[in-house]
Design a protein around this ligand. Structure first.
Ligand code: GDP
Length: 461
């Protein structure tokens, strides 16, 4: 990877959210981090203090001698730091004015404003973490539930990295053998080599497939499982929504950069983050019949990974109900037979058989069986994966795409071997798969990709 000089200048950014808070942290990384801060710090001489110490003092404007803030300054010298460079963190009083003033002073004394994600990027560039770990840093910051955070932490520890490296090693060992066999072509060497290449391809494909089975759960944990609550007017959709979004369950996030003034509503159901679709539609109470018809439900359906279909247990199925049942047949879904307190016309078991879906009978009004509903959602989501807690999950589309590409390349190896294609040509595909797997960890990633990836980070991270 080409490294330009600017990547090693000293960068600074405010690492805590901008706004009022108890404290804020301004962070620097780079060779000049300590001397730069030392110029505007009154207290001990920071260039002399031991590494990994925190030091009391004041930030002053050296020109006016004005005291800006009372601070604690952490000095952490390379290489045992997050970026493997010298890092200084200034803990100052929270508040936009003070924090910005300190940042400005740093920029005036030789630091450069950090780009989004640049601290983490440096950790990657300096070989401290790989790309999957860098991505997990972002995931930890954005994690919507405890479970999502846990998975991201596991990835930060190098869970996925270890798996990918093992696969690459397997391929590399075979490639080395191929070289030997090509150099010393003996009788039958080609056949043996071809067999080895097909063998390693099969073995790695199986491992890739195993990882890919975790992808939908991993991605949903990261992004939230897009969930549509659908059903006829008055069946209890907004009551369910209210139940799910009340107090501690709701996580409401702004959608940055959208022109519409929308909020994405997330709820955590036993650790599963649900991203609720079209809640505005459900909440609109005026002119219900017209607005929340079958058409609107179908629209929500298109985007949904999970469907919660509500039916009125106290009435027979209407043609519109039948239509919704048919429209959701190939979705992950849970059918909710609501209003059981009004008497039950619909038979749960019968419905389970005809729809081949989990059916939960509830009274949302009386909060009956809602825990069962939550359990069912969790069960459906984790597909038993949660039981093996050390499972590494693939958590994003970039990783999924590359795994699929590597798998395809390995399949091509097997086809070529079967077609008795010359080994030095088969070797090219095997080499390709090795490269593709390397892109996941960043060992063979193009610069543009790396830049794009880090630009998605927030400032100061
Ligand atoms: P939506 O049109 O599907 O969003 O339905 P709402 O949630 O607005 O509910 C319509 C009416 O049904 C409201 O008066 C609710 O209080 C009532 N309701 C919701 N769930 C139940 C239930 O389990 N039992 C009974 N008896 N009424 C319910």
């Amino acid at each position: 990877m080409v490294q330009t000089l600017t990547e090693f200048d000293t960068i600074a950014a405010i690492s805590t959210p901008i706004g009022e808070g108890g404290i804020s942290i301004v962070r620097l990384s780079g060779e000049a981090a300590v001397p730069i801060v030392n110029q505007i710090f009154k207290g001990k001489n920071l260039t002399k203090v031991p590494s990994h110490t925190i030091n009391y003092g004041h930030i002053i404007d050296p020109e006016t001698k004005q005291v800006i803030d009372e601070v604690m300054v952490s000095v952490m010298r390379a290489p045992k730091t997050f970026t493997r460079e010298d890092i200084v963190e200034i803990n100052c009083h929270g508040g936009i004015v003070v924090t910005n003033r300190i940042l400005q002073l740093l920029l005036g004394h030789g630091a450069r404003m950090a780009d989004a994600g640049e601290f983490t990027k440096r950790a990657f560039m300096n070989g401290r973490i790989d790309l999957t770990q860098a991505e997990s840093v972002m995931d930890i910051v954005r994690a919507k539930t405890d479970k999502a955070r846990e998975v991201a932490e596991k990835q930060l520890e190098g869970g996925l990295l270890t798996k990918i490296q093992a696969m690459r090693q397997e391929i590399l060992d075979t490639l080395a053998n191929v070289e030997v066999n090509i150099d010393y072509p003996e009788y039958d060497a080609d056949t043996i080599t071809a067999k080895q290449m097909a063998g390693v391809s099969k073995s790695v494909i199986a491992k890739i497939e195993r990882l890919l089975t975790t992808a939908s759960e991993g991605t949903a944990l990261r992004n939230g499982l897009a969930t549509a609550i659908i059903g006829q007017p008055n069946v209890g959709k907004s009551s369910l929504l209210n139940y799910l979004t009340k107090s501690d369950k709701a996580i409401v996030t702004d959608v940055a950069g959208t022109t519409r003034d929308t909020l994405e509503e997330y709820v955590s159901v036993k650790g599963v983050p649900l991203k609720l679709i079209d809640t505005a539609g459900i909440r609109q109470t005026d002119n219900k019949v017209e607005k929340i018809g079958v058409e609107r439900s179908k629209k929500a359906l298109d985007q949904a990974d999970l469907v919660l279909l509500l039916l009125d247990a106290s009435h027979d199925l209407t043609p519109a109900d039948q239509e919704l049942i048919a429209a959701t047949a190939n979705k992950k879904r849970i059918i909710i037979l609501n209003k059981t307190d009004l008497g039950q016309q619909l038979n749960k078991e019968e419905l389970e058989t005809t729809t081949a879906s989990e059916v939960i009978a509830t009274s949302i009004l009386q909060e009956q069986n809602l825990t069962q509903l939550e359990d069912a959602i969790k069960q459906l989501f984790f597909n038993g994966i949660e039981n093996s807690n050390d499972e590494v999950l693939v958590t994003n589309q970039r990783q999924v795409g590359l795994l699929q590409k590597a798998k395809k390349q390995l399949e091509d190896v097997i086809i070529a071997v079967n077609d008795e294609v010359p080994v030095d040509i088969v070797q090219i595909d095997l080499n390709g798969a090795w490269d593709t797997l390397g892109e996941i960890t960043g060992e063979s990633s193009p610069d543009e990709l790396v830049n794009e990836l880090f630009s998605q980070f927030c400032l100061g991270k």
